[in-house]
Design a protein. Structure first.
Length: 365
C-alpha cells in the first residue's frame, strides 16, 4: 500500500511539473509574441530642446532618443522645414548639432523627431507628401519640443550690442488689425553707435530699422504690425539687436466666425470662401452625406476662392442638393477628420450647382 501511494504521489508531482512547464512556456511565448508572430511595437522617441544663444548657423538638441532611428526636423511654424539633421541611429544622442540649410536658425523654433520609414537614411517626408518618414507619435501627437534661439556673434558683440528692454505689446489681437510693438533700446557703451533693430514674428524678420544712439542713450523703438494673413493661435513677437533680443507671446484670434460660402460651382469644381480657427479642409457631400470631393489642406485663417475639384468619376446633377462642410483634420484621412462646429452647429452650407452658377452670373452682370 505504501508503494502504491508513493507511485501515485510521483505521478501527481510529475503532472504538476508538466503543468508548470506549460505555463512557463506559455508565458515566454506571450512575452515574445510580437517578435514571434511578426507584430511590431509602436516606435518611440523623446527629445529635449532648450533655449539657447547661437550664431544662426546651427542649433543644438540637448538630447534625442529614437527607438528605430530617424531625423530631427527644425521648423519655425511655416509649412516647410528650415533644416533637417543627419540620420540618427537607434538609441540616445546628446548635444546633437543641426546645421542650417538656407534660413537663419533664430527665434522660436520647434524640433520634431521623424522616423526613417523607408530605411534609406534619407529624409523624404515633404517630398513624399507625408507618406514616408512620418513623425514619431506620443498619445497621437508628434514628438517635439520648442526653444527660443537668440543670435549672438560672440561675447564682445553681446557686451557692446544695443540692449533690448521693456518690450511692450498686446497680449491678444485679431487676425485683421494693426498692433504696435515697442521696446526700450539702450546703447551700453560710451561711444555713439548705430545698429539694426529687427522685428520678427515667429522667427521671421518682417521689418528692420537702423537706430543711432549716443553712448548710454535709451530710446523707444516701435513697429506697426499688420496681422492680416497671420494664422490664428499663439505667435511669438520678437525685437532684436545685433546681440540681444526679447520675445513676447501674443494670442491671435480669428477675426471672424467660422463660415463657408459657395461663390461658384460647375460639374467640374466648386469654389468657396471660408474661415476656420483650425487647420483643416472643405468637403463637398452629396444628399446622402457621402463625401464626393475635398479641398487641399488649409491653414487656420480666412481663405478666398478655394477650388474643390470633382473626381472625373463623380457625376453630379445640376439640381442635386449638395453641402459644403468645413472639417478639422487631413483630407487624406477622412475617418479621423471631424466636422468643425461653431456654437454647437456644424459649419456648412447647402447649395445646388444650378443655383450657384446662376448667382455667379447675376454678380457678373
Amino acid at each position: 500500500m505504501s508503494s502504491r501511494l508513493t507511485f501515485g504521489t510521483i505521478k501527481r508531482v510529475g503532472a504538476i511539473l508538466i503543468a508548470i512547464t506549460i505555463v512557463l512556456a506559455a508565458g515566454i511565448i506571450v512575452g515574445q509574441a510580437p517578435a514571434i508572430f511578426g507584430v511590431e511595437e509602436d516606435p518611440e522617441a523623446s527629445i529635449t530642446f532648450e533655449d539657447q544663444q547661437g550664431d544662426g548657423d546651427s542649433v543644438v538638441i540637448d538630447e534625442v532618443t529614437l527607438s528605430d532611428g530617424g531625423f530631427v526636423v527644425i521648423t519655425d511654424g511655416g509649412d516647410e522645414p528650415l533644416t533637417v539633421s543627419e540620420y540618427l541611429g537607434s538609441g540616445s544622442h546628446e548635444n546633437v548639432t543641426v546645421e542650417a540649410d538656407e534660413a537663419e536658425l533664430v527665434g522660436r523654433l520647434a524640433a520634431t523627431v521623424h522616423q526613417d520609414t523607408t530605411n534609406d537614411e534619407t529624409y523624404a517626408y515633404e517630398e513624399s507628401d507625408g507618406a514616408d518618414d512620418r513623425p514619431y507619435l506620443e498619445d497621437g501627437f508628434p514628438v517635439a519640443d520648442t526653444a527660443t534661439v537668440l543670435t549672438v556673434e560672440d561675447d564682445d558683440a553681446l557686451t557692446d550690442s544695443f540692449v533690448v528692454d521693456d518690450i511692450s505689446a498686446p497680449t491678444a489681437a485679431t487676425t485683421n488689425e494693426t498692433i504696435e510693438v515697442a521696446a526700450e533700446i539702450t546703447n551700453p557703451t560710451e561711444l555713439e553707435n548705430q545698429e539694426n533693430v529687427v522685428f520678427r514674428l515667429d522667427g521671421a524678420a518682417l521689418e528692420q530699422r537702423a537706430v543711432t544712439l549716443e553712448g548710454g542713450e535709451t530710446r523707444e523703438v516701435s513697429f506697426e504690425v499688420d496681422t492680416t494673413g497671420t494664422p490664428p493661435g499663439e505667435r511669438i513677437l520678437g525685437i532684436y539687436t545685433d546681440g540681444d533680443g526679447v520675445l513676447e507671446p501674443i494670442d491671435l484670434e480669428l477675426h471672424t466666425d467660422p463660415y463657408v460660402e459657395v461663390v461658384d460651382a460647375s460639374d467640374e469644381n466648386v469654389t468657396v470662401d471660408m474661415a476656420t480657427p483650425e487647420d483643416g479642409f472643405v468637403a463637398i457631400e452629396d444628399e446622402d452625406g457621402a463625401v464626393i470631393a475635398t479641398s487641399e489642406d488649409l491653414d487656420a485663417g480666412e481663405h478666398i476662392d478655394v477650388s474643390i475639384e470633382f473626381d472625373e468619376n463623380v457625376t453630379v446633377d445640376d439640381d442635386a442638393e449638395l453641402t459644403a462642410v468645413v472639417y478639422d483634420g487631413d483630407p487624406d484621412d477622412l475617418d479621423a477628420a471631424t466636422v468643425l462646429e461653431h456654437e454647437g452647429e456644424p459649419v456648412e452650407t447647402t447649395f445646388t450647382i444650378a443655383d450657384a452658377a446662376d448667382e455667379e452670373e447675376d454678380n457678373d452682370t
